[in-house]
Every structure is written in structure tokens, then in C-alpha cells.
Design a protein around this ligand. Sequence first.
Ligand SMILES: Nc1ncnc2c1ncn2[C@@H]1O[C@H](COP(=O)(O)OP(=O)(O)O)[C@@H](O)[C@H]1O
Ligand SMILES: [Mg+2]
Length: 261
Amino acid sequence: MSDTAARPGKLETRDLTIRFGGHVAVNGVSCTFAPGTLTAIVGPNGAGKTTYFNLISGQLKASAGNVILNGRDITSLPASARTHAGLGRAFQLTSLFPNLSVMENVRLALQSRRQIGLDMWNVWSHHRDLIERAEQLLDSVALLSKRDVEAAALPHGDQRKLEVGLLMALDPDVYMFDEPTAGMSVDEVPVILDLIRALKARRDKTILLVEHKMDVVRELADRIIVLHNGTLMADGDPEKVIASPVVQQAYLGLAPVEENA
Ligand SMILES: Nc1ncnc2c1ncn2[C@@H]1O[C@H](COP(=O)(O)OP(=O)(O)O)[C@@H](O)[C@H]1O
Ligand SMILES: [Mg+2]
């Protein structure tokens, strides 16, 4: 048995590319992400980070290249099949059930995972476990006190916490976070960072994190990749990548950039 079969969550992109008209938003990105590691993906706005995520999770169809999960080419699979294969993306707000309560949303996410390989009788007999697990998850995202609130009625920061809670409920092999703390108030940010930190400490998941805050990246990342104009510009050890001239200039703007010339 190969390593990948023993330890799920090995993700690879090969020459992954997407063109929008004449614009190449992601340009031949080849990268391998190993289970037990957290990779931060950084780069200026418009660099192609979210588009790269969309190509991996199947929200967008690649113009060229491949996405490989656990040695299996999943490039032609729709997003739902990729989720089943073990890829988890922090849910978009559109995939919350807006008229259901916070609790019901988490319960449904847990059920959708547990239904795999189980019949409905088993699901119902695990009802109590489900509620307990849902409560734990809500507690971990600091939403237990809002369990009966309609998802649609939550303030923005709470909705984002719920998205992360739903991702945790799904418990995929690969966790993808795209600016998970964007738009959150300062007191909400640590809730999410603590969760990601705890997830990383388990060392059994593959974590991809798009994040702008460099202090967060420095603390959490085992590795940084830099996207710039859709191209993989740097890849490696966090301190080395941050210190590299190309990153200092193009990303951190510490040296003159073209616009200033
Ligand atoms: N559906 C789309 N149609 C056309 N252009 C797009 C689409 N999605 C993204 N882009 C373009 O691709 C580039 C990368 O965007 P994005 O991946 O959102 O960047 P980032 O997440 O790094 O800020 C941008 O120039 C953006 O305008
Ligand atoms: Mg983005």
C-alpha cells in the first residue's frame, strides 16, 4: 500500500490553468500539499488565490492541467463529488440554509457526512450523538448561545464562524480556508485562528490557508506559496519566502513597484 493510501489528503495540482477570455487568472500552477501540513497561500489582490481554490474545489473548470487527490485525477469531477472525495472548502454563505437555525445547519452538515455508508435507521439511532457533536462544534466556534437563531439573521462575523463550523462538521481530509477572518471583528478573529491552530496540531489533515495577515501566516504556516498574476512565484520555508527579494517587492511592496516608477 502506498503512503497516500495509508494517509488520505495528499493534494496535487499539475500545470493548473484557467483563462477568462484573454486573461490567464491561474497560470500553470504545479504544487503538492502533504497531509499534516499547513500551507499559506499569499499574494496581492487579484493574484488568483481564490480562483486557484475554485479550480481545486471544482467551482471552476480548468482550461488546462490537473487536480489530483490521493493519487486520483479528480479534474473532471463536479464540486459535489470532490467534496465526497475529501476536499472541504469553507462553505459559501449561499450554501447555508438561511431559514434554518444555526443548530439545524450544523446538524445537517454532520448528517450529510455520517450518511455515507450508513442507513437512515443508524442515523436516527445516533441522533443524540449528533446533537452532542453539533453542540461541541457550535461551542468551538463560539455560537452555542445562538443555536436557535436563524442563519440568515446572524451578523456577518457569526455567519463566517458558522461556515467554519460547517466545514469542521464535514471533517474533510483537505481543509481550504479563503481569508477565514475577513470582515470579522477583533474579538472574533481568535476563535477562528484557535480552531485552525488546533486542526493543524492534529497533524492528520492537509490545510490550505489564504491569508493576508502576515503575523498569522508566520505563526501558522509550515510553508508559504506566493501567487502573483496567476503564477507560482515562490514556494518554501516561511521565513525564506518572506525574506526573498521577489516577495518583498511584489507582495509586501517594500521596494518600488512599477506604478511608482
Ligand atoms: N469568473 C471570472 N470571470 C472573469 N475573471 C475572473 C473570474 N474570477 C476571477 N477573475 C479574475 O481573475 C483574477 C484573479 O482573481 P482572484 O482569484 O479572485 O484573486 P485573489 O483571490 O488572489 O484576490 C482577477 O483578475 C479576477 O478579476
Ligand atoms: Mg480572493
